[in-house]
Design a protein around this ligand. Structure first.
Ligand code: FRU
Length: 527
């Protein structure tokens, strides 16, 4: 069989799609990417490894690409870190810094970085048809990698056992490594433990639960204090699902619960339907049940979100793949195709007796909520009443992303509407609207520009949203082909890709059938 390294690298970028290249979201220079892998902070650098086809702009030849950043906004791409070969594709996984040199790959003074990845075995392998977990390690701070010669280190002789996320667990009996991975087609998260990363012991499994109509992929498990209280720690279990997410196709759900070093127990408040959503017969009931699950993102384009190991100051930062398997291979860009979401810092907050995740975009030097060094205010309006005529915001600037921040009292208005990347006659644009009576936030990209490249792309995504003290709070991160909405301080997040027509760069805010009070409205460029 031919080697996966035979194919020619694609030639230069097509001019007509370079305008969609994001300013502050990572893309591979001229190839395909999917899931973020091996997110780790080490020696002052954030490392982003990623599912990469080094030889093309559609999924295939799966290898780990590599990029680094100091601020999570500007990335430098490096040579492929772990390449596929005739025997295996390199599927998703994680990286840990082996501080105690438990694996023996480094030294106590110079710990190795250890990648735990899925070997997706091909016909040339004796393990053909199975997926198992393998190791590679780096003793030069992540720049070059060597596969462990004892691979695989963990097999269940299963065709769909993948996506290991490994973290250091500190329990009463001491510390150990814990792996969360999936039996994708059985909708199960499986938990293992190890002392040296090489030999693994089964602990327990979890699932199916909540959204279980599709394959379960790319899990993550981490503790967080509720509202910063160190005496109230909850564990967050992220489970990505494809298809069967709330907006259709792929998406990320999460569970809140406890983890005792062996077993994850979900809080009752994080379970939507005891029998599992897919067990419900009729589609309306299934849609309602899906709405009750906990979603990282209610949009179409946030998948495979996982968190950084060793992020500074104990913070928990996640990045997702900004795409959806429904149409990922057909996005109208080439030879680069796909990007990552903005990095998001996650926290837990109490919510009607149980905890919920809140997410904030990380926009300044790796710090969520800090002042934006790269930002320039275009508009900083004094509070005003918005009634009949739409308020025109600054146009989108080619070469820059921007963030719109707004605090709005909808008052008597039935509908608050942002139209982004619009034209003057109002016939085109991506529409973000809030319907006060329905208490629903809607992101509608049906007239956003190029949508015809796949029948499932034109869509409108909704999320339930409750006003707080009558207030709608929005942060909207807009890049050349994406809109990421963080509402109510990050309690509700919606991410959609868009491909606007050339020249449609206008942005408007309007109030429908009534008047609204705009307390805050700023637009800042992010470069
Ligand atoms: C998720 C996924 C993973 C797998 C990888 C292969 O998008 O299907 O389960 O490891 O992509 O590229």
């Amino acid at each position: 069989m031919s080697s996966c390294l035979d194919a020619a690298r694609p030639e230069t970028a097509q001019a007509e799609t370079t305008r969609f290249r994001p300013a502050i979201h990572f893309t591979a220079r001229d190839t395909w990417l999917n899931d973020p892998n091996g997110l780790v902070f080490h020696n002052g650098l954030y490392h982003l490894f990623f599912q990469n086809n080094p030889h093309g702009s559609v999924w295939g030849n799966m290898s780990w690409g590599h990029a680094t950043s100091r601020d999570l906004l500007h990335w430098t791409e490096h040579p492929v870190a772990i390449a596929c070969d005739e025997a295996e594709d390199i599927y998703s996984g994680s990286v840990v810094v082996d501080h105690g040199n438990t694996s023996g790959f480094g030294t106590a003074d110079a710990p190795a970085l250890v990648a735990i990845y899925t070997s997706a075995y091909k016909a040339a392998s004796q393990h053909s048809g199975t997926q198992a977990q393998s190791l590679a390690y780096s003793t030069d701070a992540g720049m070059t990698w060597k596969k462990y010669d004892g691979n695989p280190v963990l097999s269940r002789h299963s065709p769909h056992f993948r996506d290991p996320k490994v973290f250091r667990y500190q329990g009463d009996q001491g510390a150990c490594w814990v792996m969360v991975a999936v039996e994708a087609q059985h909708q199960k998260v499986v938990f293992y433990r190890s002392d040296d990363l090489k030999s693994w012991v089964f602990l327990s499994d979890f699932g199916p639960a909540n959204a279980d109509a599709g394959e379960w992929e790319c899990p993550d498990l981490f503790p967080l204090p509720v509202d910063g209280d160190p005496d109230n720690i909850k564990w967050v279990l992220i489970v990505n699902v494809n298809p069967g997410a709330v907006a259709g196709g792929s998406g990320g759900q999460y569970f809140i619960g406890s983890f005792d070093g062996i077993r994850f127990c979900p809080d009752a408040g994080s379970l939507a339907a005891p029998a599992g959503v897919s067990a419900l017969g009729d589609s309306a009931a299934a849609a309602t049940a899906l709405q009750q699950c906990l979603w990282l993102d209610w949009g179409r384009d946030c998948y495979a979100s996982v968190s950084f190991s060793d992020a500074p100051d104990g913070r928990r930062i996640i990045i997702g793949w900004m795409n959806n398997w429904d149409y990922a291979n057909q996005l109208p860009t080439a030879p680069w195709r796909s990007s990552m979401t903005i990095a998001r810092e996650v926290r837990l907050t109490a919510n009607s007796g149980s905890a919920r995740l809140i997410q904030q975009p990380v926009l300044a030097g790796g710090c969520a909520g800090a002042d934006l060094p790269a930002a320039k205010d275009h508009v900083n309006a004094d509070p005003f009443e918005l009634e009949h005529s739409a308020f025109r915001l600054p146009d989108a600037v080619p070469g820059s992303a921007h963030i719109i921040e707004a605090e709005i009292l909808p008052g008597s208005a039935e509908r608050i509407e942002f139209r982004l990347f619009g034209n003057v006659d109002g016939s085109a644009g991506t529409v973000l609207s809030y319907n006060a009576a329905a208490a629903v936030l809607l992101l509608d990209r049906r007239r956003s520009g190029s949508t015809g490249f796949h029948e499932k792309f034109a869509s409108a995504e909704s999320a339930p949203l409750v006003l707080e003290d009558g207030l709608l709070k929005l942060q909207i991160v807009v890049d050349h082909c994406s809109v990421e909405v963080f509402a109510q301080g990050g309690k509700v997040v919606l991410t959609d890709l868009i491909f606007p027509e050339v020249g449609n760069r206008g942005n408007w805010l309007s109030a429908g059938n009534g008047s609204a009070r705009i307390l805050k409205l700023t637009t800042s460029t992010l470069t």
